[in-house]
Write a protein that binds this ligand. Sequence first.
Ligand SMILES: Cc1cc2nc3c(=O)[nH]c(=O)nc-3n(C[C@H](O)[C@H](O)[C@H](O)COP(=O)(O)OP(=O)(O)OC[C@H]3O[C@@H](n4cnc5c(N)ncnc54)[C@H](O)[C@@H]3O)c2cc1C
Length: 428
Amino acid sequence: MPYQSPVSPGRSWYEDSVSDRPVYPALDGDRRADVVIIGGGFTGLSAATHLAKAGTSVALIEAYRFGDGASGRNGGQLGTGQRAWAEEQEEELGLTRARALFDLAEEAKAHLLDFTEANGIDIDFRPGQLSVVHKQRYVDDYRRHADIMAERFGYPHISFMNKDETAERLGSTHYFGGTRDAGTGHIHPLKLLVGTAKVAAASGAQLFEQTRSTGIFARNGKVVVETPRGTITADKGLIAVNAYGGDLEPVSAAHVMPIGSFIGATAPLPAGTPVIPGGESVDDSRFVVRYFRKSVDNRLLFGGREIYGVNDPKDIHIHIRRQITEIYPALKDVELTHGWGGYVGITMPRKPFVREVMPNVISAGGYSGHGVMLSNFVGKLYAETVAGNRDRLRLFEELKIPPFPGGRRFRSPLLFLALTWFALRDRI
Ligand SMILES: Cc1cc2nc3c(=O)[nH]c(=O)nc-3n(C[C@H](O)[C@H](O)[C@H](O)COP(=O)(O)OP(=O)(O)OC[C@H]3O[C@@H](n4cnc5c(N)ncnc54)[C@H](O)[C@@H]3O)c2cc1C
């Protein structure tokens, strides 16, 4: 029986195309370390790797298998900058801070590519990103965005595409225009995650799977993490549970909420298919973003976020097929070989949540659908912080992230209502 993540629905194409996924032991007994990390996604494993490489003793626990959360199951799109456009950040934070955040994200992108190359991790990187417009009224914003990025943020890689160019590059006339970013690209996320875990282990990090933390406490100047079969006592702790943390730690739970996002993979498309002939990844201007790309073996991997409660991969197929057919009518009968989902951690302003939530314990997550490069980099910045330089992590810590309204009981229903409202606006 193929393995099925107990916390995310469906089996992914990534799981079937990663050649070697080592199993790590469960924690049994009590341990000590300089740093304890809860959560084995990109944030946690990247932090563990950089800490271990710097000679810090680090123990990381993951409730299930590495990659069972968002990091092993996402769309693999790196994007550019933060989730919000740089000019929107400028309006809110001023040019200096907006540029600092943009530059940090550029460093995150370079870091991801350098790290994988230096450590021999093949992540199937393919260049290019098309961001396309589903309403005529957004076209001018995208045109301006390309200019602003070059003029004010020193990023010359984005060019505007009119309707014809967009149709040609997508192989679909569904959209009204958009931009092409030649300075970014897309990857196989599970290959990155598995490779990072191997580097962490080889560098001396103690890694444990199938080990759920049942609590994290500050005790006698130490951080103590409890699990069903042992404890880890450390000087510092990192909570890296993102959308999967439940009630583990109340401050993180109040600021980071889960939204389901779902992806379908088609059987390989024929050579010479008109679908995205340049091999870029694509995201669109809908609030419920559609994101798609071709895999190295020519499948269309098509993602769309919906707010329905699914656990059955067949439901995922129905919704994803409908969305694919809207854009590519010729694919209405294409075989879908995989359908899977995961939970994206979002915050109210859609910016990362990084905060010291108890003495010597930092929580990081809530990248709001833009975490592939940022989460890996936040892991590195956390290691930098432990080594004594908090300046760059502080750029994230200083972002104003209010808690979701409604308290513990009403947070989820209120979020559901708000998201449903925005999703409806996509159709107007
Ligand atoms: C379907 C989908 C598509 C996406 N597409 C993109 C994209 O194209 N581009 C992009 O930039 N971002 C995308 N994202 C978001 C991106 O995947 C995340 O931002 C990123 O992976 C977050 O990494 P993380 O390590 O913080 O969290 P996760 O990878 O979710 O890891 C958290 C881990 O913590 C573990 N955990 C939780 N509680 C406990 C506990 N008590 N004890 C021990 N372990 C625990 C979980 O099991 C989980 O493995 C997508 C997400 C999804 C779900």
